[in-house]
Design a binder for this molecule. Structure first.
Ligand SMILES: C[S@@+](CC[C@H](N)C(=O)[O-])C[C@H]1O[C@@H](n2cnc3c(N)ncnc32)[C@H](O)[C@@H]1O
Length: 122
């Protein structure tokens, strides 16, 4: 998986060094991290009919904005259920600000839209 060099703008240099390798003009996820990530192709609109997931983290930035607001909320509800207890969900600032879910707690850090799945499933 390759990321444009624009990644360099908002990732600290020690994190870039630890988690990425600079190829010609792009960043590649470092091998030891890559081997701990499950890559798959799937439509985010079909996760509710796919096998059950238990993810540690979901980063879903600038994807929801392509869908109608009601669909965005439905997708977020499904993503919440795909996380392990204490799992992290990141969406972009400005994406459904009003979303709330019984399983999720919003981070108090207002520079990101981050949610954590409650450890007790409630
Ligand atoms: C604006 S780009 C954002 C890419 C990246 N997340 C970022 O922030 O730079 C939107 C992405 O949504 C993906 N996308 C669109 N519809 C999708 C769907 N139904 N399921 C999964 N991904 C989808 C596109 O392939 C595209 O990569």
């Amino acid at each position: 998986m390759l990321f444009a060099a624009i990644l360099g703008w908002n990732v600290a240099s020690n994190e870039k060094q630890a988690f990425f390798r600079l190829t010609d003009v792009r960043y590649e996820v470092a091998a030891d991290l890559r081997h701990r990530i499950c890559f798959m192709r799937n439509s985010i609109l079909e996760l509710n009919i796919a096998p059950e997931f238990e993810m540690d983290a979901i980063c879903c930035r600038n994807v929801l904005m392509q869908f109608r607001y009601e669909v965005q909320l439905e997708v977020l509800d499904v993503l919440a259920k795909c996380l392990k207890p204490n799992g992290l969900l990141l969406i972009a600032p400005g994406e459904p600000m009003s979303w709330k879910h019984l399983l999720m707690s919003r981070s108090t850090n207002r520079t990101a839209q981050a949610y954590t799945r409650n450890s007790n499933n409630s």
